[in-house]
Design a protein around this ligand. Structure first.
Ligand code: AMP
Ligand code: GLY
Length: 428
């Protein structure tokens, strides 16, 4: 079976790495891929947001399954265009991808189907005064403001004062994120512990895959600016079996049923960002219509069962009758190594040494997230550059193995957080 993976990050490297082990997979292609993926797959230089180029590639290569990594091509309708030429695709239609593509859509959807989330209202560019007045309905700061559309992970602002929130309302509605912030959602700040939950869906049925937690702030102790994610671990202790069952019953299943009812059947992976506290149980922070990055890296390395049959069933139906993915390694930790300056402008071009040695640490796989090849050298070419990922029977050992490998990597411009998985480790 021939698989085409769309994307170029650590998430896509982890998917390629896991599928390479499937006895049914004979060939993997990636568009555009990266130097790590190139060791496992044929990389074709078509960008992940070049919808026409990807459709052309698929038309020529006729893969048995296309797996779409990032959200942008899904929101732009890649899955619809591939289905129109009878190519099975793992990932939702544009109409279903609105769960991530429009915060306003996802909030209205949750309200309609009583899915637990933060209290909110939506405002457009004519309603700045009303938006500011709405701030008074909350107990006080912090205030949560969200650009409606995709803003490369930067569209959420947690304002620490009313003045900051008001200024941000003006900035967003004034076009700070272009069309993406022509409308904004203002919502209640939820307290609790965040976790990521992943379910596989075929439009009719959803099955739980796994939980994970990531670290969004750039600095140790969860300090500094937000990033795409500085590390992750799975399983997440807060998502024990009982909590996973609640998330399926109270959030995932009603989401899949509601989407079907609304004529937007959801297929692919549903990534629910959760806030969990004792008082409210699990509530939705946001939906994503793709795997998390770096959550995917810890889930793929933990997974012992071949995911291909389920991924294929998500694309073509019949997930309910598919054997469950049940066998997982105990724990995985992924540490993101980023270029100095990230999440601002990262330092690029530095040569990265020691990758082979790092990959020899037991249980360790080093995924490429933002690298390039310069002659025979691997060089840094992005913000998040490497995902040093390890599995082990305990979380503590998984973290220790990941950091042992990190310390073998010779890249003076790189940095990482030293406390990935601390919350779960502190818990004992
Ligand atoms: P997002 O870009 O939607 O992932 O949001 C970024 C981060 O903002 C989330 O991971 C949360 O930490 C935080 N956040 C978003 N919405 C809320 C909320 N209503 N209450 C508390 N934190 C939130
Ligand atoms: N790690 C969070 C995300 O992929 O959105």
């Amino acid at each position: 079976m021939k698989i085409l993976i769309v994307g170029s990050g650590g998430r896509e490297h982890a998917l390629a790495w896991r599928l390479k082990q499937s006895p049914r997979v004979t060939q993997i292609m990636a568009a555009p891929g990266n130097p790590g993926i190139a060791e496992l797959a044929e990389c074709v230089a078509v960008a992940a947001d070049n919808i026409e180029g990807l459709v052309e590639l698929a038309r020529a290569e006729r893969p048995n399954l296309v797996i779409v990594g990032p959200e942008v091509p899904l929101v732009l309708g890649l899955a619809d265009k591939l289905r129109a030429i009878d190519i099975p695709v793992f990932g939702p239609s544009a109409r279903a991808a609105m769960l991530e593509g429009s915060k306003g859509f996802s909030k209205d959807f949750m309200a309609k189907y009583n899915i637990p989330t933060a209290r909110y209202r939506r405002f457009d560019s004519e309603q700045a005064a009303e938006a500011k007045a709405y701030l008074d309905t909350f107990d006080g700061p912090p205030y949560v403001l969200k650009a409606d559309g995709l803003a490369a992970g930067k569209g959420v602002v947690i304002a620490e004062s009313k003045a900051e929130a008001a200024a941000e309302i003006d900035a967003m509605l004034g076009g700070k994120f272009g069309a993406a912030s022509a409308s904004v959602v203002i919502e209640e700040f939820m307290k609790g512990e965040e976790a990521s939950f992943f379910a596989l869906c075929d439009g009719e049925t959803a099955v739980a895959l796994a939980g994970a937690q990531d670290h969004k702030r750039v600095g140790d102790g969860d300090t500094g600016p937000n990033t795409g994610g500085m590390g992750a671990y799975s399983p997440a202790p807060i998502l024990d079996q009982a909590m996973q069952d609640r998330v399926m019953d109270e959030i995932v299943t009603p989401t899949i049923k509601g989407m079907k009812k609304d004529g937007r059947p959801y297929s692919g992976v549903l990534f629910v960002g959760l806030m969990i506290d004792d008082k409210h149980g699990p509530r939705v922070v946001e939906y994503n219509v793709r795997f998390g990055d770096p959550e995917c890296q810890v889930i793929m390395t933990r997974l012992k069962d071949d995911p291909l049959p389920q991924l294929l069933a998500c694309a073509t139906g019949g997930l309910a009758g598919c054997a469950r993915l049940e066998r997982f390694s105990d724990h995985a930790v992924s540490v993101v190594m980023a270029g100095a300056g990230y999440p601002g402008e990262p330092k690029k071009g530095g040569v990265i040494g020691g990758l082979a040695k790092a990959g020899e640490v037991p249980g360790v796989t080093v995924f490429h997230a933002g690298t390039a090849k310069k002659g025979d050298d691997v060089v840094a070419n992005g913000g998040r550059v490497l995902n040093v990922t390890a599995t082990a029977p305990t979380l503590k050992d998984a973290a220790a193995r990941a950091y042992e490998a990190v310390d073998l990597i010779d890249w003076p411009d790189g940095f990482c957080r030293r406390d990935i998985a601390w919350r779960a480790l502190d818990r004992g």
